[in-house]
Structures are given as structure tokens and as C-alpha cells.
Design a protein around this ligand. Structure first.
Ligand SMILES: [Zn+2]
Length: 112
């Protein structure tokens, strides 16, 4: 979360905005992030800062995989994707993660 806030600070600096209204943070299902903890951290970190009062929007990214064999892309709720079989060609456990990992800053809304 601290890293995300550093990014926000950089962006605000870059665009010369004074008051942060809200930020949207996306996180993947594989990132082991608990939305409540993140929201709490955001509140604690922003409380006495220039970001005080800003709203945090959290968007969870589903796991999207791409089969290495046939290039078929699909979304799954199965986190143990290693044991999955490709819905198209049946190949098992050979996927590239398209979406669903990490945490990143998606959007910033601020007043000039
Ligand atoms: Zn496949």
C-alpha cells in the first residue's frame, strides 16, 4: 500500500493537482490481498497526510489465463491453476497469467 501511495504522490506532482478525491486500485486474486486490510492501511496512511479524506476504490481482478499450447484465453476462479486443463485443447498446467496478479494503481481523481 505504501508503494501505491508513493505512486499517487508522483502522479499528483506530475499533474500539479492539489486535492486528491479518490484513487482506484486494482489487485489480483493471486496477490493475497485482503480488501479490508488494504482499506484500513489506506485510512491510516492518509489520515494525517495531504491525501486525507480521499476515497479508495478497490477492484479485484479475476484470474485470467492463457494456454501456452493453443493460446486460448479464459477466466477461472480456480486459484490452483496448475492443475487445470485448458477448456479448449485439454492441455494441463501450462498457462501464462494474463491477469490476476499483483496490485497496481488504476486511476486517480483529483481537483486541480
Ligand atoms: Zn489450450
Amino acid at each position: 500500500m505504501t508503494n501505491v501511495l508513493e505512486l499517487v504522490a508522483q502522479e499528483m506532482e506530475k499533474h500539479k493537482v492539489a486535492k486528491l478525491r479518490s484513487i482506484t486500485v486494482r489487485y489480483g486474486v493471486l496477490s493475497n490481498i485482503v480488501a479490508d486490510s488494504l482499506a484500513f492501511a489506506f485510512e491510516v496512511l492518509t489520515k494525517d497526510s495531504e491525501f486525507a479524506g480521499a476515497k479508495l476504490n478497490l477492484v479485484k481482478d479475476e484470474l485470467a489465463l492463457k494456454c501456452r499450447l493453443c493460446s486460448h484465453s479464459f477466466i477461472t476462479d480456480q486459484k490452483d491453476y496448475f492443475f487445470l486443463a485448458c477448456p479448449k485443447c485439454g492441455e494441463e498446467g501450462s498457462f501464462e497469467i494474463v491477469k490476476g496478479e499483483g496490485i497496481f494503481l488504476d486511476r486517480i481523481e483529483a481537483d486541480e
